[in-house]
Write a protein that binds this ligand. Structure first.
Ligand code: CMC
Length: 427
């Protein structure tokens, strides 16, 4: 674990010195405990964007951004990607340990038998415009689902908590696939409990009632890998949103709807969709220098989508796994996607460019995931919905952790910069 810093830090102001304790984790930077800063010293900590804030203790996922390391419950993501699968990883994230084969079987069976949606839920889809974005539909439908499971979720009861989490993991593929089916005017397909989690999602998404849909096992494996790589990523914007919503004791399913909303943005989960739009716009390898110049121009809002990360100052380890999977799937399908060539060239040019080197901007998970999803036949507007489906596991794991280690409602303060008190003008 290396050398640790002294036990406390001293903060000085006009009223004198204040001693603040330092907390050590098992890995990663230590944290100054400022919990008593306001109560004891009448001071607040200012950190908009949470660049230096540890918002909670967590034992689920660890990222070393400098080294490009990602661990789920201590296991490196590359090893899990090679040897595990999404449902096993879901169990690991939720419960802290890899399941025995009996536990894995029971967990998978539980998930497979909660995939159906209440028939009333299907009626909600009819209320959306036909051209609605699947993420908009997902925010709405998951929010609506909370109305169906409210009184029976006793958050104080561990068994009921875990049941609620399993239900969500099970229903998310059905909700996501139905969101897409509705948006393109196709009939909504029912889940098939005799299929694996990944294969079931593919048959709901791509199957039609008029023909049998045979799932390609290579594609089922690839989508399972995408789920696994997106399952959790410690205190990112959407997970922090879920934690904050849950800290008030709100219905967990409603909290997941808030996470989906947060994930949708292009700075977060929406980047996978934005990467494909960007690569399509670039169009040819010859146009790459122009795109790089735009990304560097501070007057231009254009950014290289799929590049840069708040935590990673090195290659996102998930990006390398996805890049390889994308190449394998394209080869398996016999597809020669010009966007892959543009992406590879763009990455190579950017990684040698001083602007990107200085700022430590590397490809992130979204840079190649869109190319893989596109090759598998996923429409661009479904990319973020796939991310939301997978991240549901992370969100419920953090919700379960929070219910066991609740520090009360999350309630940040502010540095007020508005008017001082002033009287209402008299007429
Ligand atoms: N293209 C061009 N310049 C960039 C980029 C980029 N993609 N990302 C960061 N920069 C520059 C930024 O302009 C700033 O430059 P300067 O110091 O001269 O002002 C510097 O790098 C630091 O950027 P920042 O905005 O302070 O970094 P951040 O930690 O707030 O933002 C980020 C992280 C992911 C939002 C950002 O890198 C970005 O917008 N990337 C593109 C969107 C993207 O790929 N998002 C997916 C993130 S990974 C999946 C997920 O978590 O959901």
């Amino acid at each position: 674990m290396g050398d640790r810093r002294p036990y406390q830090v001293t903060v000085s102001d006009s009223s004198g010195d204040k001693q603040l304790p330092i907390l050590d984790g098992t890995l990663g930077p230590s944290a100054i405990n400022i919990q008593r800063l306001y109560a004891d010293h009448d001071l607040l900590a200012f950190d908009p964007g949470f660049r230096s804030t540890a918002s909670c203790r967590s034992a689920i996922t660890f990222i070393d951004g400098e080294q490009g390391i990602l661990l789920y419950r201590g296991y490196p993501i590359e090893e899990l990607a090679e040897h595990s699968n999404f449902l096993e990883v879901s169990y690991l994230l939720m419960f802290g340990e890899l399941p025995t084969s009996a536990e894995a079987q029971k967990f998978e069976n539980d998930v497979r038998h909660h995939t159906l949606l209440h028939e009333q839920i299907l009626k909600f889809y009819q209320g959306f415009r036909r051209d609605a974005h699947p993420m908009a539909i997902m925010v709405g439908v998951v929010g609506a689902l909370s109305a169906f499971y409210n009184d029976d979720i006793d958050q104080m009861d561990r068994v009921r908590r875990e049941e609620a989490a399993v239900r969500l993991i099970a229903k998310m593929p059905t909700i996501a696939a139905a969101s897409y089916a509705y948006s393109v005017g196709r009939p909504i397909r029912y889940p098939r409990n005799d299929h694996s989690y990944a294969a079931n999602f593919l048959q709901m998404l791509f199957g039609l009632p008029s023909a049998d849909y045979v799932v390609d096992p290579v594609l089922a494996k690839a989508i399972d890998l995408i789920f696994l790589l997106h399952a959790d990523h410690e205190q990112n914007a959407s997970t922090s949103t879920v934690r904050l919503a849950a800290s008030s004791g709100a219905n967990p399913i409603a909290c997941i709807a808030s996470g989906i909303a947060s994930l949708w943005g292009p700075a977060h989960g929406g980047a996978n969709e934005a990467v494909i739009r960007m690569l399509t716009e670039i169009g040819t390898v010859e146009n790459i220098p122009k795109a790089i110049a735009r990304a560097k121009d501070k007057e231009d809002p254009f950014r290289l989508m799929g590049f840069g990360h708040r935590v990673y100052k090195n290659v996102d380890p998930r990006a390398r796994v996805i890049q390889k999977a994308a190449k394998d799937v394209l080869e398996h399908l016999g597809i020669d996607d010009p966007l892959l060539d543009i992406a590879i060239q763009l990455e190579q040019i950017a990684l040698k460019d001083e602007y990107f080197v200085e700022r430590k901007l590397y490809p992130n998970v979204d840079f190649y995931s869109g190319i893989l999803l596109r090759a598998m036949g996923f429409p661009t507007n479904m990319f973020t919905a796939v991310f939301a489906l997978a991240r549901t596991v992370g969100w419920v794991s953090h919700w379960l952790e929070l219910t066991q280690d609740n520090h009360g409602i999350g309630r940040p303060r502010q540095l007020y910069v508005g008017h001082p008190r002033r009287p209402y003008p008299s007429s």
